[in-house]
Write a protein that binds this ligand. Structure first.
Ligand SMILES: Cc1ncc(COP(=O)(O)O)c(C=O)c1O
Length: 369
C-alpha cells in the first residue's frame, strides 16, 4: 500500500483479484499448463463465447492485437480507409495503420462515443470498415451504425476494450458487428494482466483468425507456412486468470455501476461545474471509468489538487487529431473540448465507500474553495 499524507494513495484503477483467481493461476502453474496450447486457453475461449452468446472467441495477447488481427483477417490493406472515432485510445487507430490503411477520424458526442450523424460525410469509395469504440463502458448507437454499414457495404469491428458486459437494447456490446474486440489489460472491467479476445459468428473469419494469430502453421505439415503471420497468442496463465474473472464479470460490472451511481449522487451539488456520465435510453453502461467534464474551472488544477491529496486521476483521451503521429488541422469540436476538460476519478471495482467519500470530499473542497 502506498502512503501519502499518512493516507492510502488511491490509484485510478486497480485489478480486483480474489483467492479464486490466485487458485486458478496456481493450478495452471502446478499442472504445467502454461503455454498457448494448454487447455485453459481453449476453455477461456469457449466460456467467453458462451457468455457473449456467439459461436467463436479467439484469445490473443492484447486488445491492440485483437483489433489488428480483426482488420488483417478482413484483408484490410494499403489504400483502404477505416472510419475511427478521433476520441479513443491510440490502439484503435494504430491497428489500422499497422495494416497499411488510413484511419479517417470522426468527432464524438458528449459521452465520448462516435457521433453517428457525422460518419457518412467521411465515407469515400476507399472506405472498408467502421470501428465504433464503446467509450468508457457506454455502448455506441449500434442501430444507426449497423444501418450505415449496411447501406455502404462496410464491415463493423466493435472496439469493446472498455465495455465488457455493456448492453445496447438488451444486447451485449461486441456482438453487433462482424467482430467484437476486447482488451483484458489490468485496468479493464475484467483482466488477464495483458490480453485480448475477438468474438465472431463468422466461421470463415474464425478460421483466418486462428491461423493468423499463430504463425499460420499448416494444418497437416506443421512447419509449413503459406502466409506471413506472427505470434499474437495468449498464454494459459492469462487464460486461467481470465476464466476466474469471467465468472465474476456480473459482480465486477455491478460494482462499477454502483461506483458511478454513488459518485453522481453525491456530487450533484456541483452540477453547475461538472458534466456527469449518464446513460442514453436503451443503453446500460459498465462505467469502466467514471469520467467528469468540467464546465467551469481548470481540469489540470483539479487533478493536481487531488494528486497532492493522495488521489490519482487521469485526463480523458487526447483525441487522435492532436497526436504527433496523426495531427490534423481540422477541428473536432466535441472531442477537442472533452480532451481539454475531461478527467476520470478512481474507478476500481472494489473502491470502498470510505475511499469514494474521501474523493468526493476533495472534489467538493476544490470547487468550493
Ligand atoms: C478503446 C481501446 N481500444 C484498445 C485498447 C488496447 O488494449 P490493450 O492495452 O490491451 O492493447 C484500449 C486499451 O487500453 C482501449 O481503451
Amino acid at each position: 500500500m502506498t502512503q501519502k499524507n499518512n493516507q492510502k494513495y488511491i490509484r485510478v484503477c486497480e485489478p480486483y483479484i480474489t483467492q479464486k483467481e490466485i487458485d486458478a493461476v496456481s493450478r495452471a502453474i502446478k499442472e504445467g499448463n502454461i503455454s498457448s496450447t494448454a487447455k485453459y486457453v481453449g476453455l477461456f475461449e469457449k466460456a467467453f463465447a458462451k457468455k457473449f452468446g456467439v459461436k467463436y472467441a479467439v484469445a490473443v495477447n492484447s486488445g491492440g492485437s485483437a483489433l489488428f488481427l480483426a482488420l488483417w483477417a478482413l484483408g484490410i490493406k494499403k489504400g483502404d480507409e477505416i472510419i475511427v472515432p478521433t476520441f479513443t485510445m491510440v490502439a484503435t487507430a494504430n491497428a489500422v495503420v499497422q495494416c497499411g490503411a488510413k484511419p479517417v477520424f470522426v468527432d464524438c458526442e458528449e459521452n465520448g462515443n462516435i457521433d453517428v450523424k457525422k460518419i457518412e460525410e467521411k465515407i469515400t469509395k476507399k472506405t472498408k470498415a467502421i470501428i465504433p469504440v464503446h467509450i468508457y463502458g457506454h455502448p455506441c448507437d449500434m442501430d444507426e451504425i449497423m444501418a450505415i454499414a449496411k447501406k455502404h457495404k462496410l464491415f463493423v469491428i466493435e472496439d469493446t476494450a472498455e465495455a465488457h458486459g455493456a448492453l445496447y437494447k438488451n444486447k451485449l456490446a461486441g456482438t453487433f458487428g462482424d467482430m467484437g474486440c476486447f482488451s483484458f489489460y489490468a485496468n479493464k472491467v475484467m483482466t488477464t494482466g495483458e490480453g485480448g479476445m475477438i468474438i465472431t459468428n463468422n466461421a470463415a473469419l474464425y478460421k483466418k483468425l486462428i491461423k493468423l494469430k499463430a504463425y499460420y502453421f499448416h494444418d497437416k505439415r506443421h512447419f509449413w507456412h503459406e502466409q506471413q503471420a506472427w505470434n499474437l497468442r495468449m498464454s494459459a496463465l492469462e487464460a486461467s486468470l481470465g476464466l476466474a474473472q469471467l465468472e465474476r464479470l456480473n459482480e465486477l460490472v455491478s460494482l462499477r455501476r454502483e461506483n458511478a451511481r454513488y459518485y453522481t449522487d453525491k456530487l450533484q451539488g456541483l452540477k453547475d461545474y461538472l458534466v456527469f456520465p449518464s446513460e442514453k435510453k436503451g443503453a446500460k453502461s459498465v462505467f469502466w471509468m467514471y469520467g467528469l467534464v468540467l464546465k467551469k474551472g481548470n481540469r489540470d488544477k483539479l487533478m493536481k489538487f487531488l494528486e497532492k491529496n493522495g488521489v490519482e486521476t487521469r485526463t480523458y483521451f487526447f483525441p487522435m487529431n492532436w497526436q504527433p503521429i496523426y495531427k490534423e488541422t481540422e477541428p473536432y469540436p466535441v472531442a477537442d473540448r472533452l480532451g481539454r476538460n475531461g478527467l476520470y476519478l478512481p474507478s476500481s471495482s472494489h473502491l470502498t465507500k470510505a475511499e469514494k467519500d474521501r474523493i468526493i470530499g476533495l472534489v467538493k473542497k476544490f470547487f468550493k474553495a
